[in-house]
Design a protein around this ligand. Structure first.
Ligand code: RUB
Length: 319
């Protein structure tokens, strides 16, 4: 499956784009299935879903998108119906994702004021939607984008901002604290948000949050509600992807220094204490309200899980 490779190699990247690409991939798989056996079709769809989920481990938008689409297979009666519900669900996920990013822009724009200097990290559609919406509303902003080593996604942000005419300065990641005195607000995206309000985003985000906290600069996270992680309600940790050492050191360097160890985590965790607010398509919430978004989004499923656990605990008393 080409899309799985594209996600793994980061030709398709960013949590929202990955999620939409996964929904699209399931749709293509459903449309190209030629057999007539419902059981086989369902097994094939689940297999495609697992492949997609394994492409990158951190962005929870990926399993959330896959589950959103595949959950519609419950109670279908034949391959034709199954194919139709998959296609409809994939289209509806893609639409709701694009609409959410637009709504986040509209809602978040209200947090930026005329003359603000805004710092953003990496390349987040949701964060840029906020900045671009405020600019369209007539606020004169200037933006600092970090390089975002080792993959330099800051350049993608620069190109997007430059297209709409927003004055943008590219800075090394290590210069964030140096420039923080000139920054009014930080806006970043998210790959996953835990039930306690901790935000997982591109590595370096937590250091930016620390520097913002020290300088009393507001720190906002822009994220669609499918970036909230249901598994974290039950205490599961978000897996932090570690990528190849070759993104950090060239083959030449690695050959010449065979004892050199290289670590390359792609994401880090920013605790809720360093986040002023999370901008979602449903409104601006304090990070501690993440659990409410999760209950609203996955309420019934979560309740089922929690009941199962409490039953297990009760049962174990009689063992
Ligand atoms: C991208 C990244 C982005 C989030 C949010 O990391 O950390 O900030 O995914 O992006 P990578 P969006 O480049 O490794 O995928 O708001 O576009 O979903």
């Amino acid at each position: 499956m080409k899309i799985v490779e594209y996600i793994r190699e980061m030709r398709i990247r960013g949590a929202g784009r990955i999620a939409r690409a996964a929904a699209h991939a399931i749709k293509i798989a459903a449309l190209s299935y030629e057999g007539g056996d419902l059981g086989e079709f369902v097994r094939y769809m689940l297999h495609v879903g697992e492949l997609l989920k394994s492409a990158r481990p951190t962005a929870v938008s990926l399993p959330n998108a896959v589950n959103y689409v595949l959950a519609r297979l419950r109670g279908v009666h034949g391959v034709d119906e199954a194919r139709r519900v998959i296609v409809d669900a994939a289209n509806s996920f893609i639409n709701l994702s694009l609409r959410a990013i637009e709504a986040i822009g509209r809602i978040g724009a209200g947090l930026l004021e005329d003359g603000d200097a805004v710092l953003t990290h990496c390349n987040s559609s949701a964060a840029l939607s906020v900045i671009k919406a405020a600019w369209r509303e007539g606020r004169r902003l200037k933006v600092y984008v970090t390089e975002t080593r080792p993959r330099f996604q800051g350049l993608i942000s620069y190109i997007e901002l430059e297209k709409v005419g927003i004055p943008t300065t590219l800075i090394p990641d290590s210069a964030v604290r140096f420039f923080m005195k000139d920054v009014d607000k930080v806006v970043v995206g998210a790959d996953a948000i835990a039930a306690n309000g901790a935000v997982v985003n591109k590595v370096g985000t937590s250091m930016i949050a620390l520097a913002a906290h020290e300088a009393r600069v507001r720190f906002y996270v822009a994220a669609e509600s499918y970036k909230f992680s249901p598994a974290t309600v039950l205490g599961e940790l978000v897996i932090i992807e570690e990528r190849s050492p070759l993104e950090v050191a060239s083959p030449e360097v690695l050959r010449r220094a065979p004892s050199l160890r290289v670590r390359n985590p792609a994401f880090d965790v920013t605790p809720p204490e360093y986040i002023d607010a999370i901008i979602t398509e449903r409104g601006v919430i304090p990070p501690k309200a993440a659990i409410l978004v999760l209950m609203e989004e996955y309420g019934r499923t979560l309740e089922e899980e929690l009941t199962k656990i409490s039953l297990d605990i009760e049962d174990s008393r009689y063992l």
